[in-house]
Design a protein around this ligand. Sequence first.
Ligand SMILES: C[S@@+](CC[C@H](N)C(=O)[O-])C[C@H]1O[C@@H](n2cnc3c(N)ncnc32)[C@H](O)[C@@H]1O
Length: 234
Amino acid sequence: MPSSNPHEPTSQQDRTQSEKTERQQPSQRRSKSAEEIADAYADVADKLARWRQLDRLFAGQYRRRQFEHANGRVLDVACGTGRNFRYLSRSSEVVGIDISNEMLGHARDELDRLGLDGTVRQMDAQALDFSENSFDTVISSFSTCTFPDPIAALHEMERVCTPDGEILLLEHSRSDAAPLAWFQDWRAESHYEKNGCRLNHDPLKTVEQAGLTVDTASTAFLGLVTTIVAIPSR
Ligand SMILES: C[S@@+](CC[C@H](N)C(=O)[O-])C[C@H]1O[C@@H](n2cnc3c(N)ncnc32)[C@H](O)[C@@H]1O
């Protein structure tokens, strides 16, 4: 079960946070371009699609818990191969966007397989081609780790979400368990070079930096998984 993660930081949490910041790897400070990220995912799209069952085994429970109550018109930002689609309510209308056409090809197949009424479009999460207040719920999973500018993408999610809507995020994060965190720090640089993903990032900190109002947040699986429910701050 996820453990609760209170938002009022204690002094211990403050210390831990600043230690984390000092430990930041280069991969947390710089970014690949959107084109480089798109190329990286084009190369692995087929492989990721084949790992569908594995993803269901490890991430399925978190996806279900975080997204099953998404309602109305739902935007899945950086939907990838469409792994969240199966956990969405049949009554919702889903729109998925991603920078990678190769990933979107699999997302289209997933919509067909599930018989869902939805659409997918190629788009940059940092410049969404939707007007303000277009979606009742904005969801995104394992994505802020790859966005060249995650704060810009979070601002866009906030902009297109209705003022009384929700932004639901599921992210991987730096572990609370020291050996795992050490391993993530050690691998961060090469993982970013290869996959364009910041292995040891802190998604809650990024959401707070973006100025979104965090309603609830929790961690699970030794802190490797973070779920966040945010609401637009405007
Ligand atoms: C780790 S995958 C996660 C995919 C999916 N959300 C999931 O949970 O399986 C990250 C996704 O982010 C997409 N992405 C990265 N940068 C993006 C951007 N600027 N705009 C839109 N999608 C982007 C990648 O193409 C990739 O599909």
